[in-house]
Every structure is written in C-alpha cells, then in structure tokens.
Design a protein around this ligand. Structure first.
Ligand SMILES: Nc1ncnc2c1ncn2[C@@H]1O[C@H](COP(=O)(O)OP(=O)(O)O)[C@@H](O)[C@H]1O
Ligand SMILES: CC(=O)N[C@@H](CCC(=O)OP(=O)(O)O)C(=O)O
Length: 258
C-alpha cells in the first residue's frame, strides 16, 4: 500500500486575515507528514488591483487576466502570499519550499481558449512534474505552491488554485494514497448559505448536479467541486471540503465520492 500524502488547498478569505492565516497554519502544522500546501489569494489580488486602479472581472470563477492583472497576480501569489506562508512555516520549524508552476517546471499550462470569453493570461494545466515533487516530499520538504503556471515559452499564466490542487493531487496519486482537503471559511458545502450547521456530509456527481440545479451550490463552489470530482477520477483517495477546524477533526466537512 502507498504511503499517505495530505494535500491542503487554502482559500483567499483565510489568507486575507492574519489571524485566520495563523489559525490555519497552527492546524496545518499538526497534520501528519508528508504534506503539501497549495494556496489561493484571489481576494488579496483583487484588493491590490483596486489600490492600483485595476478593475477585477471574474467569469465562471476565473479572473480575466490582462497584462496589468498578470503583474498583480504574479506579485501577490508568487511573492507576497507565498513568502508570507513559507516564512510562517519556517518559524514553526517546517522546512517548506515556495514554488510557482514555473519553478522547477512544476506545472506547465497553455493559455485558456474558450468561445466567447477572452480570459487573457489564464492557464489550463497540461502537465505536472510529479517525479520532482515526489522527490522533494521524500526529502521531508513541504512544498508551498502558488496558483501560477507557465507555458514553457516564457509566459507566466494565472491558474485557479483549486485546479492546481486537483492536478497535483491527481499526479501524485500514482505515488501516494492522497487525501485532498479544500479548506475555506465555511465548515463544508452548505444547504443554507448562512447556517453553518447545514453541512452536506456527502456529495456524489448526481447530488452535486441536483444541488446546482436547485441553486443551493453556486459561484466559486461549482468549480471547486468540479475540481474535487476531477481529482477523484484521477485516483485521489479522499476529497474533503471543510474549514480550519475541520482540518484536524475526522469526518467533518463534505466528503466527495462516487
Ligand atoms: N452551497 C454552498 N456552500 C458553501 N459555500 C457556497 C455554496 N454555494 C456557493 N458557495 C460560495 O462558494 C464560496 C467558495 O468558493 P471560493 O470563493 O472560490 O473559495 P476559496 O475561498 O477557497 O477560493 C463561498 O465563499 C460561498 O460564498
Ligand atoms: C484564473 C484564476 O481565476 N486564478 C485565481 C487564482 C487565485 C485563486 O484561485 O485564489 P482563491 O483560491 O483564493 O480563490 C485568481 O486569480 O483569482
């Protein structure tokens, strides 16, 4: 049997607040090794863009990324957020390595081309350098991955952090028994958006489609769940959507399955 690997994706609302980030990292630290962290930071990018007079436009959960926005997201995800997290982990004795998809050719992508929407410099993932990632993990290093990819021709691309987490988890599923945890500000996928006790404990594709039709699952939760199901189809053992507290409590949050 393969060894277990925990991959956690932490979302923008947690990263935005120093207190929430501290709480998150306290709990991330006690998770068993080996582990890997993927971070978002969408809200911080939106804030900096606003300060610079750059308007944010999202379509289907993805940021329209023109050349100015690409500068913002590269600075925020690859710089500010990534280094803040790595320095905080180092302070806790966790030897982490901050990476974008360009570093060590970790995640290659191509510019997203869809009918009707020009996303600009947004990347859809082609390939993950799994061997290299596995060798870092085997050395006891905790990779901290930012939601940036590259096209192999010198172009950085902005890629949804949930998608990066799903692709890394899927790639590493050949080497490890992978547990993928999407950690955000709510205790799971909810029936009532303002009732934290209304967590849906289990979702399969059928239930997911039904809740989407009913409008119970909407906005950023749709691509998050699509990415979660995608990870399962790539051989990931367990996918859970939960909050900071749920990181260390078994059977909390929403579990995805067949
Ligand atoms: N049924 C639901 N349960 C929980 N959140 C939901 C649901 N439907 C829509 N959402 C929205 O999805 C958001 C999470 O998606 P997103 O903002 O992309 O997460 P992240 O912070 O991880 O990037 C929540 O903040 C919430 O507003
Ligand atoms: C293409 C695209 O949309 N990329 C995302 C990457 C950051 C992200 O996913 O951050 P959260 O997890 O905090 O939402 C964005 O720029 O918002």
């Amino acid at each position: 049997m393969n060894a277990q690997l925990t991959i956690v994706k932490v979302g923008g609302k947690i990263l935005e607040s120093d207190e929430a980030l501290k709480n998150f990292l306290d709990d991330f630290c006690v998770l068993p090794n080996p582990k890997l962290l993927v971070h978002g930071g969408g809200r911080s990018a939106t804030q900096l863009a606003k300060r610079l007079g750059i308007e944010t436009k999202m379509v289907d959960g993805r940021r329209i990324t023109d050349s100015h926005m690409l500068e913002v997201v590269t600075m925020v995800y690859g710089g500010l957020v990534n280094k803040k997290v790595v320095a905080a982990l180092q302070a806790k004795g966790i030897n982490s390595l901050g990476l974008t998809g360009a570093d060590l050719n970790l995640v290659r992508a191509h510019k997203r081309i869809v009918k009707d929407v020009d996303y600009g410099f947004v990347g859809d993932v082609d390939e993950v350098n799994v061997e290299l990632l596995a060798s870092l993990i085997a050395r006891g290093i905790v990779p901290v991955v930012a939601p940036l990819t590259h096209d192999g021709k010198g172009q950085m691309l902005n890629t949804n952090a949930d998608t990066i987490a799903s692709n890394l988890a899927g790639g590493l599923a050949n080497n490890y028994s992978v547990r993928l945890v999407y950690c955000f500000e709510k205790p799971g996928v909810l029936i009532q958006p303002d009732d934290d006790s209304s967590v849906i404990p289990f979702l399969n594709q059928q239930l997911f489609q039904m809740y989407c039709r009913e409008g119970i699952i909407a906005e950023g939760m749709i691509p998050k769940l699509e990415n979660g199901f995608n990870a399962l189809s790539m051989g990931v053992n367990e996918v859970v959507i939960t909050n900071i507290e749920g990181l260390t409590i078994p059977d909390s949050g929403t579990r995805l399955g067949a």
